[in-house]
Write a protein that binds this ligand. Structure first.
Ligand code: GLC
Length: 604
């Protein structure tokens, strides 16, 4: 499966490099983040300060969200136009994948200027208007910050490659090849590979050296051993914070550093001892020298200190730093929060839970317990989807009950403690729609890796607003085709259907915001031997308890929750939300759930 391949590249390999040190940290689910606290403040200021701890964050792929000028590519004005929709959904912040000027080889992740807006998406004035209009609706705008690499068209790289003694030479990672002669570049410096296939070293004939790129050839890696690179990004961050952004999502943050000794990486083997071959035909490497190197923590702390200095009148409240943190285990995730003295991310993404990629109750339970007990009381950021992986239908669906399964996933996302991140279109159940023919592929990895790797177009198709032409996304020709499923799966249709997934999302988000135990309570697992149903309790001192039960199977199930277990109080259940057609339980001892059914009730 393509997602498995992709995740394997990100995760399995780094697992091999790291010691599985499962620290037995104090359990307890205290909902107060230990290392993000400041002195106590009055309630209103405190909620501004803590907005991110129970936040609902919506990822927008701007290219695919809403086009307003008919060029088939989404734009900033399109996002502004849809802010009322996002407010209605209950979103606190939107994270925009990169909108800076870019040759668009990696659709914006190859940045050629960090202080401007790509004309395809609009202007800085459009951006300021978006921030202002979003602010009026209490929605913060979070920028993507790509620090691992720039575009090869960035001024820094053009300088860097122009001569060996250019002042920018040392901003990137340049090395001699092995066995170079006057007529041949020789071999690359070592065996390191790009995540996007083939050697991570690109020969540059002009200055007769190789440069390193963890991603596309057009995305040369910056040299983080150079202090000037650090300063450049602190300045860039300040530039956007001054414009009122609510924070940043740090792209590919774990790959900033590489082993300075350039040691080869190991080959990942299958259980029979044979090398695993990736989509591009090369042996998969273990990532041990190019991912999650220790230096990264100091950089995150440095960026956090920069962000912490900002507080604008327009956006009182904490600027939040989110990390793209694909990591091998929860111990590594815990490190990404930093310490009280040196805080790092407020919200590193918890990819442990969201990318289990199968509905396995025991696995979900164990990873949710980790999120509650092994991150030092910090705030988890759960997510199940993004622009790099096939959508939820493709990773969790069974083909027959996808809607119900999407309800289960949304329940885990919003009814667990912490911040919740989801991807545009998840709220209506958009379907992964990969290209059928190689000639239609837009994402370059889908061209080089075809057919094993079809690229990421399938999860980046236009937002489906209605059942009209191009699903209401554009009046022009959309840059990626609108999936045929848009006829039935679209915002307009789902808004009018009380049983739709859209209304399920909206209800869950409302509960997250209004039920005290959801907003502030710890997560405690219940009925922990059950292998069919995941049940948990949300409880905060002095507030009514809430129980959640989600059936992970296609068979009906009856759950028997025992008062006394994990502090569960006896009482009558008042239904807060249940799957369409679900029953109101007679008691805690008998909660009836249909196939993939969900029940949420408050104990009175
Ligand atoms: C991150 C982005 C992905 C991009 C890569 C290189 O993983 O999410 O879309 O291709 O970084 O910037």
């Amino acid at each position: 499966m393509q997602s498995a391949d992709r995740m394997a590249r990100w995760m399995a390999s780094c697992a091999a490099a790291l010691v599985l040190a499962v620290a037995s940290l104090a359990a307890g689910g205290q909902s107060v983040a230990a290392n993000n606290g400041a002195a106590e403040k009055p309630a209103s200021q405190q909620s501004e300060r803590d907005w991110w701890k129970n936040a609902v964050i919506y990822e927008i792929y701007p290219r695919s969200f809403q086009d307003t000028n008919g060029d088939g590519i989404g734009d900033l004005n399109g996002i502004t136009q849809r802010l009322d929709y996002l407010q209605e959904l209950g979103v606190d912040a939107i994270w925009l994948t990169p909108i800076y000027p870019s040759p668009q080889v990696d659709f914006g992740y190859d940045i050629s200027d960090y202080r401007a807006i790509d004309p395809q998406y609009g202007t800085l004035a459009d951006f300021d208007r978006l921030v202002e209009e979003a602010g009026k609706r209490h929605i913060r705008v979070i920028m993507d910050m790509v620090m691992n690499h720039t575009s090869d068209q960035h001024r820094w790289f053009l300088e860097s490659r122009s001569s060996r003694d250019n002042p920018y030479r040392d901003w990137y990672v340049w090395r001699d090849g092995k066995g170079e002669t006057a007529t041949s570049p020789g071999e690359p410096p070592n065996n390191w590979q790009s995540y996007f296939g083939y050697s991570a070293w690109q020969w540059d004939p002009k200055t007769r050296q190789y440069y390193y790129h963890k991603f596309y050839i057009q995305q040369p890696d910056l040299n983080w051993y150079n202090p000037k690179v650090h300063q450049a990004f602190k300045d860039i961050i300040a530039f956007w914070l001054k414009r009122g952004v609510g924070g940043f999502r740090f792209d590919a943050i774990t790959t900033l550093y590489e082993d300075p000794k350039l040691r080869d990486e190991g080959v990942v083997k299958d259980k029979n001892g044979n090398p695993i071959i990736n989509a591009y035909g090369d042996p998969q490497l273990d990532d041990s020298r190019t991912n999650n190197q220790p230096g990264v923590h100091a950089v995150i702390a440095e960026m956090r200190a920069t962000a912490d200095r900002f507080n604008s009148a327009r956006f009182p409240g904490t600027r939040v730093l989110i990390g793209e943190t694909y990591l091998p285990n929860v111990a590594e995730l815990a490190k990404m929060y930093g310490t009280p003295q040196k805080p790092e991310f407020q919200l590193p993404m918890d990819t442990q839970v969201g990318f289990i990629n199968k509905l396995d109750v025991t696995e979900f339970r164990s990873r949710l317990i980790d999120a509650e007990t092994k991150i030092d009381g910090n705030t988890p950021l759960l997510l199940f989807d993004n622009h790099d992986n096939p959508r939820i239908d493709a990773r969790y669906g069974d083909g027959a009950h996808n809607r119900e399964i999407e309800r289960v996933i949304a329940t885990v996302l919003f009814a667990s403690r912490g911040a919740a991140l989801f991807y545009y279109g998840d709220e209506i159940g958009m379907v992964t729609t990969p290209p059928r023919r190689k000639q239609d592929v837009k994402d370059p990895i889908g061209i080089t890796g075809w057919p094993k790797e079809k690229g990421r177009d399938g999860e980046r198709t236009p937002m489906q607003w209605n059942d009209g032409a191009n699903a209401g996304f554009t009046t022009g020709t959309p840059w990626l085709p609108v999936p045929p499923s848009a006829a039935a799966i679209n915002v307009e249709a789902e808004k009018n259907d009380p049983d739709s997934l859209f209304n399920w999302y909206r209800s869950l988000i409302q509960l997250k915001k209004t039920v005290s135990a959801f907003a502030h309570g710890a997560n405690v697992m219940l009925d922990t031997e059950n292998t069919a149903v995941l049940s948990w309790l949300r409880q905060a001192p002095g507030m009514p308890q809430v129980v959640v039960s989600a059936n992970f199977t296609a068979e009906p199930q009856i759950v028997n929750l025992e008062a006394g277990e994990a502090g569960l109080k006896p009482g009558h259940l008042k239904t807060l939300l249940k799957s369409p057609g679900g029953a109101d339980p007679a008691s805690l001892e008998q909660i009836d759930l249909g196939p993939f059914g969900v029940y949420i009730g408050e104990i009175e």
